[in-house]
Design a protein around this ligand. Structure first.
Ligand SMILES: [Fe+2]
Length: 196
């Protein structure tokens, strides 16, 4: 029993499974299990960052290839579309090595977290969308984080090589560990969760 809006609860349930895939590193599955443990308790202060950014227009194109799939990724994609009017939006405007087009070319959608569809401060569950051929800046943050990729796309951790974990695969970023992501010829979407 929960007093959450249905689509938020549906997304949390599907995402919890996606983040337990053995295609994520063990550390990613572990941090996600702690995030979803906290998400068992709904918490919402009602703040909504509803202002949209240009890259929101890439959301449909990023989800299109998986939208009709009878998979958990497909179900998560369909739920993101249902949640779109309730999401909180933000974008990064600082960091090194970002491509010239990265500010206009990316956006973050918050589902559970500050200003999101369920605005709270103990965890973050959301996603990043990028237009094709965008290199997001190197960045790091104290909260530990895991990603699950919904499209083609590359990640880089510390000074390592770029790699594509594949749709349904993911990565784990330990606290304050530098990382970056980039899109190729198709739009990018990755779902992330952070333990704050
Ligand atoms: Fe990050």
């Amino acid at each position: 029993m929960t007093n959450r809006p249905e689509h938020i609860q549906t997304f949390i349930r599907i995402a919890e499974n996606l983040f337990q895939s053995d295609r994520l590193p063990a550390g990613g599955r572990l941090v996600a299990s702690r995030v979803f443990e906290r998400l068992r308790t709904p918490s919402d202060d009602g703040k909504r960052h509803r202002v949209r950014y240009p890259a929101c227009e890439w959301l449909d194109a990023a989800l299109a290839p998986v939208l009709n799939e009878p998979t958990q990724i497909g179900a998560a994609a369909r739920t993101i579309r249902l949640l779109e009017p309730d999401l909180g939006w933000s974008r990064r405007t600082s960091g090194s090595q970002g491509s010239e087009n990265y500010i206009e070319g990316h956006v973050h959608g918050m589902i559970c977290g500050p200003g999101g569809a369920e605005s709270r401060y103990d965890v973050q569950l959301g996603f990043s969308v990028m237009a094709p051929n965008v290199r997001y800046p190197d960045h790091s943050h104290p909260p530990e984080e895991a990603y699950v990729l919904f499209t083609a796309g590359d990640f880089r951790q510390r000074d390592g090589d770029w790699f594509d974990p594949g749709i349904g695969g993911g990565i784990h970023n330990p606290p304050s560990s530098p990382h970056a992501m980039r899109s190729g010829p198709v739009p990018f979407l990755a779902v992330w969760c952070l333990l704050v």
